[in-house]
Design a protein around this ligand. Sequence first.
Ligand code: ADP
Ligand code: MG
Length: 317
Amino acid sequence: MDEFELIRRYFASQSMRRDDVRLGIGDDAAILQVPAGQELVASVDSLLADVHFPTDLPAQAIGHRALAVNLSDLAAMGAEPAWALLALSLPQADLDWIQEFAHGFFALAARYHIALVGGNLARGPLNIAVTVHGFVPTGQALARKGARAGDQVFVSGWLGDAAAGLRHLQAHTPVTATDSCVQRFCFPEPRIHAGLALRGIASAAVDVSDGLAADLGHLLEASGVGAQLEVEQLPLSASLLQHATREQALSMALSGGDDYELCFSVPRERMILLESRQHELGCPVTRIGEITAAKTLQCLRNDRTEWPLRVTGYQHF
Ligand code: ADP
Ligand code: MG
């Protein structure tokens, strides 16, 4: 099967149709219509085998993750996803692998009505780059900057699950398909609904891809503030507590990556609004601390003693 037949069969034919796609896959570039009154929000992330995921991860999970990590960036901006482009480099045209990959990718794309509008296919080391585009009403995007002293810090969902899941996969212990930490590493849920509901409420937001301490650190730096984090308030799932002691779990919640939750700040006077939109968020949110004028990230136990911060996120260089 040649390159164009592969593209047609596994990618072009499975894309959603959207009216704002004037010209999709098949020409030299796509032609896309941004709705009036909306700004375009764009992001790209690549997934490298053995850097971002174990090479033998099921292809369906790789397809899902490739899109999910990008959608998570749109969620952090409060954007509504619309279009994606996919640049795929594969060591060989393994049709079963490609089919499974596409299955994972398009199942997630369909849930958010995202059209695949272009891409590239090449032979080479396994590498997947996805570009996503979304919309936000002009001026309403969330950003890392904007947090002020006194704002309350929240996080969506549960932290640490993906780190425990990855550890479990890497240890090659018999992996139970139903283990929910492994599931959360393989199929992270981008918090799109939360991002949309947080427009007009959050003063700043970031998605947690490299670990809470590291990513909250980016938000604090961009906002020119610090925070006091109540480590023992971090939301831990029952499944994580089956993998680890409470102390280990808190440490994974603080420093483990790949959770793709949203961390955001909310001015006190908007806490009531947050409460009123709870049903729109699509997941629980937990208050985990407060923004401070002092530009440091302080981690405290319930008894107000300091929690020592060790690992602070994955660094490529
Ligand atoms: P060009 O050489 O002009 O860049 P290609 O021959 O690489 O175009 O691709 C032909 C068409 O197929 C383009 O519209 C491109 O965006 C699309 N395409 C290529 N690979 C993929 C893919 N993996 N997924 C979706 N669309 C793809
Ligand atoms: Mg061309």
